[in-house]
Write a protein that binds this ligand. Structure first.
Ligand SMILES: [Zn+2]
Length: 385
């Protein structure tokens, strides 16, 4: 029988725990296996939010997560009254948002089972938001299950994480990702192997790359940048190219969604409403929505720059491998000749510095540094011999 846990690639160790919890949740007794606060951690792409959502489905599904019933379907698309999925649009989750959430989930679950809250970016909780959440998690005897997701346990406030059961997801192997792309998504073996390798176990990214012509070609352009850093002018140009491509990619994914949201909102206020009050109300709401969309788009651009920087890092990682005599585990095999020639013509001691410079730039961007300036400084460092 198929199950919502089938899509969690390489996570057998936690699937057993989750299935045990689902079984225990049905007995009604307060067993150790089922608890009402969990933290899912794992590197980007390991599927921490997919795991949390699968668990949410299994908790409310009459068949423990069949994937096919109404409950399972509506839970995954955000339409189930007892499953709340919190995706952060901005850079942080504020205390007002948590207070609003707590009022929404204060009622008993409509179907008599569990109410599940999946918080995809618990690392973005502000301190006051986290404290508001803590009080809810501590409340005994509720039927609400909290599933928090974060990159690492350190990203969650100690007071919160000490009350949660922790599940650590693994980065799936490249072979496992390749297999899924071939079998689940009908992607050709050559493309699946390439996408899985360069995405380093990030399933979502691998699929996106393998099924998206323009994303693939943008990546190619970005991977050529290290070979074009002959002068300072070229370094500044490279920074601009990286920002432009990352912005373009981020916008492509958000523009159509933005438009649909505005349309839906206008529809809710009545299209062609002529009454004065109606018009002002709608205009105000659209303005609010556009503000939210802008903050989401800022975040998407930052995420997209981060992906580009991680891609760039794999170039220097391959160079370092070649320089230390290991040519077996190359990630960017499609650039083998260029990487080998770069490795031969550049001092090996500078390669590690370049990788570190990329990681520093990512950290600075995560702390809200200005993207273009950060990338310009980085490219100048990468341009050094
Ligand atoms: Zn089901």
């Amino acid at each position: 029988m198929s199950s919502v846990f089938d899509d969690l690639v390489g996570q057998e160790h936690i699937i057993d725990i989750l299935k045990g919890a689902v079984a225990a949740s049905r007995t009604g007794s307060d067993s150790q296996e089922m608890t009402h606060a969990w933290v899912f951690t794992g590197p980007p792409g390991s599927g921490r939010s997919s795991a949390a959502i699968a668990f949410a489905q299994a908790l409310i599904c009459p068949n423990k997560g069949c994937g096919g019933c109404n409950e399972c379907q509506s839970a995954s698309t955000g339409g189930h009254p007892d499953v709340e999925v919190i995706r952060t649009e901005g850079l942080s989750i504020k205390v007002e948002e948590i207070r609003e959430l707590l009022t929404r989930v204060a009622w008993a679950p409509s179907m008599g089972g569990w109410r599940v809250v999946v918080m995809e970016d618990a690392d973005r909780l502000t301190e006051s938001a986290a404290n508001a959440l803590l009080r809810a998690i501590e409340e005994p005897g509720t039927r609400t299950v909290w599933l928090l997701c974060a990159p690492t346990l350190h990203d969650v406030l100690p007071t919160i994480r000490s009350r949660c059961r922790h599940l650590q997801l693994r980065t799936p192997s490249i072979d496992a990702v390749t297999q899924v792309l071939i079998e689940r998504d009908n992607i050709s073996p050559t493309m699946a192997d390439f996408a899985a390798r360069v995405s380093q176990g990030h399933i979502g990214r691998a699929k996106y790359l393998a099924t998206n012509e323009s994303v693939l070609s943008n990546r190619k352009t970005i991977m050529q940048l290290p070979l074009q850093l002959g002068s300072l002018t070229a370094a500044f140009q490279a920074a601009q190219t990286l920002i432009d491509l990352a912005t373009e990619e981020a916008n492509a994914s958000s523009e159509s969604r933005d438009e649909k949201e505005v349309e839906k909102l206008q529809e809710a206020y009545g299209t062609g409403a002529t009454g004065r009050g109606m018009a002002t109300g709608a205009a105000k709401a659209v303005k609010e929505l556009e503000k939210e969309q802008k903050s989401r788009s800022t975040r998407l651009v930052r995420d997209s720059i981060d992906v580009a920087l991680l891609d760039l890092a794999t170039f220097y990682r391959d160079v370092m491998m070649v320089q230390s005599g290991n040519t077996e585990s190359m990630i960017n095999t499609d650039m083998r000749e260029q990487i080998e020639s770069y490795a031969a013509n550049s001092p090996s001691h500078s390669t590690l510095n370049k990788i570190n410079a990329i990681m520093d730039a990512r950290e600075n961007l995560a702390r809200n540094s200005a993207p273009l300036v950060t990338c310009e400084a980085l490219m100048c460092q990468l341009a050094r011999k």
